[in-house]
Design a protein. Structure first.
Length: 92
């Protein structure tokens, strides 16, 4: 699935991505193998899978897993996200 980083929660090393279908999915740094949390910016294009972590509670909403910068030309260059400052940031 493709989308963009919609919100960063720096204090939790987590955030939300907005998929191209308009849905928002939670992600945590543990679901980003090989990607440094600090390299993400609000608005940056990403690719991810939707599913559940083994530790998720029964009935918990699906989350973004295996999140990585996008190479989809339709979403643009991964380095084109809006720079953010530490803390909470959101996509307009």
């Amino acid at each position: 699935m493709h989308g963009r980083v919609a919100r960063l929660l720096a204090e939790r090393e987590a955030g939300f991505v907005r998929a191209t279908d308009g849905r928002d999915y939670f992600f945590h740094r543990g679901g980003m193998p090989g990607v440094e949390y600090g390299s993400l910016t609000v608005g940056a294009p990403v690719e991810f899978e939707v599913g559940h972590d083994p530790g998720d509670a029964v009935g918990e909403a699906p989350r973004a897993l295996r999140l990585r910068p996008s190479v989809d030309p339709a979403l643009g260059d991964p380095s084109s996200g809006t720079a953010t400052t530490p803390g909470t940031a959101t996509m307009e």
